[in-house]
Design a protein. Sequence first.
Length: 585
Amino acid sequence: MTIFNLLSLFGGLALFLYGMHLMSTSLESMSGGVLERTLERSTSSKFKALLLGTVATAIIQSSSATTVMAVGFVNGGIMTLNQAVGIIMGANIGTTATAWILSLTGLQGSSLIVQLLKPTSFTPVLAVIGITLIMFSKKEKKKTIGAVLCGFAVLMYGMHMMSSAVTPLADMPEFVSIMTAFKNPALGVLTGALLTGIIQSSSASVGILQALSMTGGITYGIAIPIIMGQNIGTCVTALLSCIGASKNARRTAMVHLYFNIIGTVIFLLIFYVLNGIIHFSFMDDVLDPAHIAIIHTSFNLLTTAMLLPASQLLVKLATLSVREKQTAEEEWPLDERFLDMPAFALEQCKNVTGRMAELSRETLLMALGTIEVYDAKVIAKVIENEDIIDRYEDRLGTYLVQLSTRKLMEQDSNEIGMFLHMIGDFERISDHAVNLTEVAQEMHDKKISFSESAQAELKIFASALTEILNNSIDAFLREDLEEARMIEPLEEVIDAMQAEIRARHIVRLQEGLCTIELGFVLSDLLTNMERVSDHCSNIAATLIQTKNETFDMHSYLQAVKAADGNQEFSDRMKEYSDKFALPKE
């Protein structure tokens, strides 16, 4: 084996790993968060989770990515540890799809069908299609599809280079001697685990083993323990991803580790005991890439069939292994390690922003209640919530800015902009909630109260504000554009109500039915309530613009408010005006 063979080997390995990385990341990006949302919402049973984990991993060609998703879901409190077990087992099965694709390099035969199935026949075609899409397509999704095709082509070319480079090894006694040493199960498992742990991809390490098998120097006795070790080594990525995460996220990674260790120990124990009794005749037989794929798949299927019914045992072992107390930081599932999976990271941002929105709603509604019925404990809770919401804004904003620097689909970039706008509105709503409690505190301390007429008007005004708040936050959480379009007409009605209440106060002041001091209090109250409705309008408008890909806020609002030619807007305004009509004086 010459220096040029070594250069070809390492060059092929580099291309192989890069192609796998490019294909995997492009497939994950192309999913646009669909896989994440599907996994997140469809784990009602272990078997469904197993199926989804298998399919998701087969699609994105990375069990590590799927397992990291599971760790992230558990870390964010979106999924329980028990629900994640099925996904992890499914990921181990799904990752075997790569080995089957790579086994095409070992096809032998001269028939037309066999020739067409050989990577050397179809890979160049995929590469040409891929680079054409990347260079000439203007749509981001088509460019991503091109990246997937190019990644696959590079992967297969790297595999071909490795296979060609190691061919001379077949005639080297030293190589045969080294390979024979791996017949020792412990050494084989250790080697497979170390190799996979270093490159953090069981698919890639299995591919390297498949390339070596083309030399004719890999037997069943050598391959079986190495493949077992490769399954253990792939746990490194999940273990690294859970550093600094919640205790349940760490337990999720431990479930993955225990699944592979227990499966490997039982499988090898049974296999070598039987071999000692029966003496399998095939142990010294040479195997090809397809047989490696069969062993890889069979191991994961058998291990899953054995351990899925005993999944609670894995959970218990993981719980015993990770006993740390829950920390305050665990409520924030925004981990920088997930930034390399933008679609997943964005889904996490959406979930955390949803929590922020709900907390802002709860805080504002509590604050409105203190105007009618003073409660010092509620006021303290409003102030506490406002501090939490400030932290939400700070951490979400920082994370979203970091995420915006990654390679993103255009739709994902638009959503990042939407979240950055909205978290500011949610934070300002909580600020106005605190301002409302300050008004309530002032009225309590000074022992002053509004007249019955003013109280009745404020009660209706608060009802309108509650409706616009609920509608805007619900529209955001459900991405309901129809509900979002109902916000602006109500906001216009609220503006008119505020002006009317102020005008009525001036009349009462002139008639001596109200005081100047109460006038200042009322003004503060109305100003803060009306500004909350402005933020609700911003939330709805941002949602509509993002989904419709129009980003001129001023022009949008001007067009919506133009009553001429917009009968629907006028009808809704009338409906809200009737619903929240102030009592006659």
